[in-house]
Ligand binder design. Sequence first.
Ligand code: C5P
Length: 220
Amino acid sequence: MGKNIAVDGPAGAGKSTIAKKVAKNLGLIYVDTGAMYRAIGLYMLRNNIDVSDEEAVNQACDQISVSIQYVNGEQQVLLNGENVNGFIRKEEVGNMASKTSSYPKVRAMLLDAQKELAQKQNVIMDGRDIGTCVLPDAELKIYLTASVQTRAKRRFDELVEKGVECDITEIEKDIEQRDYQDMNRTIAPLKQAQDAVLVDSSNLTIEQVCETIINLYEER
Ligand code: C5P
């Protein structure tokens, strides 16, 4: 097992932005596990699968393969061989991902692939269950969070910048719902691992959060 970093936390805490920067600085490979769950959510959306029906989701899983490849240092998620990076960032895909990720079969499909990725190389991997399930022996575990208001505001600013019309109260509600689903499912719920360091980014800049993580890693 290499020297890996596990980063977990709720939606919109800034995990991917931070993890990408830290990866660059420390020469680690960044693995975004949420993208794998999103690929599964996308499949369900495209095929009109009723995600409240676990059996239907299980059957769909038999038609799905999800893998990851790196092209010029960028992670691409392949859904049955198709690079779906351009389709998985929408809120509706995130919500689908959150709903389907509560099913054992969906999680089992991705768990081994994620463990394997961390065995081949030193990674910084982000998600919801990295410190608790995927990489229980990670060198460093971070639980990155921020207040719901902060997370909603960041998401709002991001969308406004892209020219997308949106409503901050709606975003807040979406975030709260996703947090609830992710924290209250039976398998691999989102929670801080016992040995994880809690970082609340509400009043920190991206640079400050990165610096904190890099210093912790280098101390080990
Ligand atoms: O992090 P991101 O928002 O891309 O993740 C989408 C959804 O995938 C999460 O809301 C969560 O339900 C699920 N997920 C998970 N375990 C992970 C990563 C993501 O259950 N390790």
